[in-house]
Write a protein that binds this ligand. Structure first.
Ligand code: ACO
Length: 322
């Protein structure tokens, strides 16, 4: 059967690093408080010249290089971001132009679950023969919508980008076959106000700043991430023992540890970036995936569980054999 095979990954983190100690000079916080509650030590922040399109291109070029392809081979680009270069057109259009790609290019927005939403769309399009080779990117310039006076939120986020290339290929129908095996996406608009931007083009004529009810987000994150991970395993008759790696959204180390404990996976099967990246929203899963490959952990044939949750609320899970 036709499946979406992962053939390349890449990521980029801006050069400028802001440590917890640096932040304690701006707001009333400390390295100890931040690290204990979140597992975050530092985050990367864009330079003035950089934007979501420029950092996306860096990750995309790395993914192209790993796959042995050029931009011309790509006929579908989906960028997941909450921080586009412009309100319109899609930032993916800039990426398409710069890579010389064909077909279609568009952005989607599902906050921190964005990359898994984009993977789901790409997978459907590849299987339906609407494209042959998809570039899926998660990239965020969250520092631009961070309120640097709000210690409740500014310590949690960072900038970065990650990319993955999927190609439609014939694969075994069973779980042994490579490619995206299953995806689930969910949302609950009743929780819209718990994690959102304070503005938007159609309401305040600007893009606003991040606002959040941390405790409520934490509670829902643990519940939803656990439930959807268990659902995708159960509906495919799999157990955590079948997994080689767990690549969760990197928002908070305590959230990851709770979910890992509930699902039953051991911590040494979890790819972690949170300490060095903080929460990069839609970029977090492809950055972690790339780290898994670059460190030689993820190897051909491995089965990976992906799991994310974010504003909306949105949440999603995926099973991928590389
Ligand atoms: N430094 C020092 N003190 C702080 C800071 C800070 N950066 N931020 C808040 N505090 C204070 C609060 O003001 C409060 O003080 P008070 O008791 O005098 O009022 C105290 O610390 C405790 O605050 P809580 O919010 O109760 O702390 P909590 O243990 O819940 O941790 C945190 C807060 C880390 C935000 C946690 O709720 C959390 O991680 N929530 C999930 C949020 C998240 O991950 N969001 C990312 C997007 S969603 C996603 O990607 C899943």
């Amino acid at each position: 059967m036709l499946r979406s095979r992962l053939i390349g990954v890449g990521s980029y983190l801006p050069e400028k690093v802001v440590s917890n100690d640096d932040l304690s000079k701006i707001v009333d916080t400390s390295d100890e408080w931040i690290y204990e509650r979140t597992g975050i030590k530092r985050r990367h922040i864009l330079s003035e010249e950089e934007s979501t399109s420029t950092i996306s291109l860096k990750a995309a070029k790395q993914a192209l290089s790993m796959s042995g392809l050029t931009g011309r081979d790509i006929d579908l680009i989906i960028l997941a971001t909450a921080t586009p270069d412009k309100t319109f057109p899609a930032t993916a259009a800039i990426i398409q132009r710069e890579l010389g790609s064909q077909g279609s290019a568009f952005d989607i927005q599902a906050a921190c679950s964005g990359f898994l939403y984009a993977m789901t769309i790409a997978d459907s399009m590849l299987k339906n023969r609407q494209a042959k080779t998809a570039l899926v990117i998660g990239a965020e310039s969250l520092s631009r919508i961070t309120n640097w006076q709000d210690r409740n939120t500014c310590v949690l986020f960072g900038d970065g980008s990650g990319a993955a290339i999927f190609r439609a290929e014939e694969s075994k129908e069973s779980i042994e076959g490579f490619g995206i095996y299953d995806m689930i996406i969910r949302s609950d608009g009743n929780q819209f106000d718990l994690l959102c931007s304070s503005g938007g083009a159609a309401t305040s004529e600007d893009c606003g700043k991040i606002t959040m009810n941390g405790r409520e987000v934490y509670r829902h994150a643990v519940t939803n991430l656990t439930a959807i991970a268990e659902e995708i395993l159960t509906r495919n008759n799999l157990s955590h023992k079948d997994l080689d790696w767990f690549v969760p959204h990197q928002a908070n180390m305590r959230i990851i540890e709770s979910v890992v404990q509930k699902i039953g996976i051991s911590m040494d099967k979890v790819i972690l970036t949170i300490e060095d990246t903080a929460n990069t929203s839609a970029a977090s899963i492809p950055i972690a995936l790339t780290k898994g490959f670059q460190e030689g952990k993820i190897k051909e044939g491995d089965l990976i569980l992906l799991d994310a949750m974010g504003g909306g609320f949105t949440w999603a899970a995926g099973l991928l054999r590389v």
